[in-house]
Design a protein. Structure first.
Length: 116
């Protein structure tokens, strides 16, 4: 366990919103699975210029990181699917980036945030 000694450029509210959304997406995807081997891995790394947050979870979903249309897999598409868009928008607005990939066995979400 450790502490981040540098503060990301996001406000505390923005940081909590994007972080909790990443975790919530992983939890919801794992709950949908029928497989016995389910997992969620979270890694937070303090680099020289960026704070990196990586969330990996078991998933059969396929996503190419070049895809911009990341829609929800939930039935109620009208009221769901905006979380990833919010993460992307918040990251880009603050000079960071967000990448989501899925290879059919695992989904990886990587958020890079610059420091203040």
């Amino acid at each position: 366990m450790g502490q981040c000694t540098k503060k990301p450029v996001l406000s505390e509210v923005e940081f909590c919103t994007v972080f909790s959304n990443m975790i919530q997406n992983a939890v919801e995807e794992v709950k949908r699975q029928q497989e016995k081997k389910k997992y969620i891995k979270v890694k937070i790394k303090q680099g020289n210029q960026y704070l990196s947050i990586t969330v990996k979870n078991s998933s059969k979903l396929l996503w190419d990181k070049k895809e911009k249309d990341l829609t929800t897999v939930k039935k109620d598409k009208k009221n769901h699917g905006i979380g990833i868009g919010n993460i992307i928008e918040t990251a880009e607005k603050n000079g960071g980036s967000f990448e989501l990939t899925g290879d059919g066995t695992e989904v990886t979400a990587i958020l890079l945030l610059p420091y203040s």
